[in-house]
Design a protein around this ligand. Structure first.
Ligand SMILES: NC(=O)c1ccc[n+]([C@@H]2O[C@H](COP(=O)([O-])OP(=O)(O)OC[C@H]3O[C@@H](n4cnc5c(N)ncnc54)[C@H](OP(=O)(O)O)[C@@H]3O)[C@@H](O)[C@H]2O)c1
Length: 407
């Protein structure tokens, strides 16, 4: 990132807002007013291209006071092709970033009330909030990269079903790209040429489960599937909740969201599509992805997800075949490492890496695939930066080169 500090003018608001309800962003962020340019004035009218543009990409972060927002700031500070145009936070009035992210205090950045004008806006908000802002953001010519779930599911009917709200921007949803670069790189690139570019970034659990299972889905091998996953507590965000207090979580493990977890919908959508991409026709090719058994657990650590995927294959398969599938799928991927030993969340901590281990049970009855990510990096902010790089035609690893932290 260019070493600029957000000037108050960049992010000041005009409008006041009331305290929003948790379910609906009553105090929705306001767009910076007065200096707005239309998409065509910004060179993003019909026939534009975000890729191949000159100069730093300006970006803004909405929801910058949360965990994902803070992680985005941390990553973008080391991004050579980006300039932070401003940070938005609920009801914040030019608040020093140290108030929400003490570890970033030395940056001198401030968080304000309005959404900055920028080439790209990241939203890191609770579900339903980004969808309400999307039309206004894209009308200004900004690409929208939503870290929340508002643009992940292609069928608008899935929003009332899984998230409890009717999608307010179905046209934008129809054009949105599921922002998992390893599976949808070409579609993200193609979105660069649209006046309204919307990327729905994957959820944390789906990121690791889909990457772990995509090669098997493409081969039509998923006869039955259980995704048994564990997440650190930062996956739930930083909103105060009694069940997330240290004394409730520490030295304890619990399952939650059995049969109802919202991320199930993403796994079914994306793994179903992989079967189709593999030329296998509809989801019937992978009966196990039509209704994924997803069992998440909360464990007493801060970051990291381990997903253990139990697959009953549709036909007998050898380890050599499975090895070849994973090698072909991921040998050229900068952030996916297929490893020889079962991975640990520690192996990816603080990095944009996903590590995968796939084994055929020697007794021949199932395939076991383990995947690990850092939920705040590959599961959220890092993946968002990766998608931004693809969208704007930058080398995909820009700003994401850091190795994991250990021990
Ligand atoms: N945490 C993860 O590992 C992870 C991974 C992938 C995706 N995600 C998704 O990313 C989004 C953000 O997650 P997070 O973990 O960063 O959550 P978080 O730490 O709770 O932060 C949420 C942010 O949204 C703001 N906010 C909360 N309610 C709002 C409302 N009603 N209207 C406007 N702004 C509101 C918060 O402001 P205040 O500071 O004022 O509360 C904060 O800036 C969620 O959709 C989450 O599902 C999270």
């Amino acid at each position: 990132m260019a070493a600029t500090r957000s000037r108050p003018d960049d992010i000041r608001a005009g409008a006041s807002s009331e305290e929003p309800s948790p379910a609906r962003p009553g105090g929705v962020p306001q767009l910076a007013s007065g200096t707005s340019q239309s998409a065509s004035e910004r060179g993003l009218g019909p026939g534009p291209s975000r890729s191949g543009r000159a100069g730093a990409i300006t970006v803004g972060i909405v929801g910058a006071t949360g965990y994902a927002g803070g992680e985005l700031v941390r990553l973008l500070l080391h991004h050579s092709g980006v300039r932070l145009a401003g940070l938005q936070g609920r009801n914040r009035e030019d608040q020093p970033i140290a108030a929400s992210h003490p570890h970033l205090g030395a940056t001198g950045l401030v968080v304000g009330r309005t959404i900055p004008e920028a080439d790209a806006i990241f939203t890191a908000l609770p579900h339903g909030a980004a969808a309400e802002l999307a039309a206004a953001i894209t009308a200004r010519g900004s690409a929208l990269l939503d870290i929340g779930p508002d643009f992940r599911l292609h069928d608008p009917a899935d929003y009332p079903r899984w998230y409890g709200f009717d999608h307010p921007a179905p046209e934008l949803l129809a054009a949105a790209v599921y922002g998992l670069p390893e599976l949808h790189r070409d579609e993200i690139r193609a979105a660069a040429d649209r006046p309204a570019a919307v990327i729905g970034l994957p959820g944390c659990y789906p990121t690791v489960a889909i990457l772990a299972l995509a090669p098997l889905a493409r081969a039509g091998l998923i006869g039955d599937l259980v995704v048994d996953a564990m997440s650190g507590v930062s996956g739930a965000g930083r909103e105060l909740r009694q069940d997330l207090l240290f004394s409730e979580v520490n030295e304890s493990v619990r399952a939650y969201g059995m049969f109802t977890h919202r991320h199930t919908a993403e796994m079914e959508q994306e793994l179903g599509q992989q079967g189709e991409r593999g030329g296998l026709g509809s989801r019937g090719a992978n009966p196990g992805v039509a209704s994924v058994d997803f069992l998440p657990h909360l464990i007493p650590m801060t970051r990291g997800i381990l997903a253990t995927c139990h697959v009953r294959p549709t036909r007998p398969v050898t380890q050599a075949e499975v090895d070849a599938m994973y090698d072909e799928a991921y040998r050229d991927e900068p952030f996916v490492q297929v490893v020889a030993d079962p991975p640990s969340t520690r192996h990816v901590y603080g990095s944009n890496l996903c590590r995968i281990w796939a084994r055929v049970d020697p007794r021949g009855s199932r395939i076991l695939v383990l995947g690990v990510i850092d939920n705040l990096v590959k599961g959220a902010a890092g993946q968002a930066v990766q998608a931004l790089n693809v969208l704007f035609g930058l080398p995909e690893t820009t700003g994401l080169e850091q190795y994991p932290i250990a021990p």
